[in-house]
Design a protein around this ligand. Structure first.
Ligand code: IMP
Ligand code: MG
Length: 181
């Protein structure tokens, strides 16, 4: 496998991610038999996960996206979440599954969940590819589907960026320190 020169270590390989998405898709396809499932992903990091997961689901569903920003160009959360785009499609009375790349402080997911609640879905659940293990998380939320538990380190790839770079990597990796300085 070719590794980007800025990457120090690969945490999760492309193959491991794809295998996990197969498993999650099977489970989600079993769990949502209402025929009214809407996947809602969070721009921009969540869309790669959404694109792969959606194509593995064996049940009919639609999807939409919400715009949210919390990170600047640093590697720590700025604390306040700005919503830049609401959903376009009608989710009233439907089952919404939020699709996000990572559960970090939980602020983004809470803000997006609160936004979707205003549209009165029947239920709203959360699916994250990565679950960061943290001692003191700002916002605790129930996460229904989790791809991988990872340590509290800054990661890039598979949708996750550092200053808008590395989203296209097919694996999850840790950046070299020299990249930040
Ligand atoms: P939260 O609001 O702190 O949970 O942060 C969620 C958002 O911050 C995610 O949607 C990511 O865009 C970004 N983020 C959190 N942790 C990382 C990381 O390790 N690498 C890259 N982006 C991250
Ligand atoms: Mg980001």
């Amino acid at each position: 496998m070719d590794i980007h020169p800025d990457i120090k270590e690969v945490l999760i390989t492309k193959e491991e991610i794809q295998k996990k998405i197969d498993e999650l898709a099977k489970q989600i396809s079993r769990d949502y038999q209402s025929g009214e499932l809407v996947l809602v992903s969070i721009l921009k990091g969540g869309v790669i996960f959404l694109a792969d997961l959606s194509r593995k689901l064996t049940i009919d569903h639609s999807f939409d996206m919400v715009g949210a920003m919390s990170y600047g160009s640093s590697t720590t959360s700025s604390g306040n979440v700005i919503i830049t785009k609401d959903i376009d499609i009608e989710v009233t009375g439907k089952d919404v599954l939020l699709i996000e790349d990572i559960y970090d402080t939980g602020r983004t997911l809470r803000a997006v969940r609160d936004l979707i609640m205003l549209h009165s879905p029947r239920q709203i659940d959360i699916c994250v590819l990565l679950y960061k293990e943290k001692k003191n998380r700002a916002v605790e939320l129930p996460i229904k589907y989790i791809g991988f538990h990872i340590p509290d380190v800054f990661v890039v790839g598979y949708g996750l960026d550092y200053s808008e770079k590395y989203r296209n990597l097919e694996y999850i990796g840790v950046l070299k320190e020299s990249v930040y300085s």
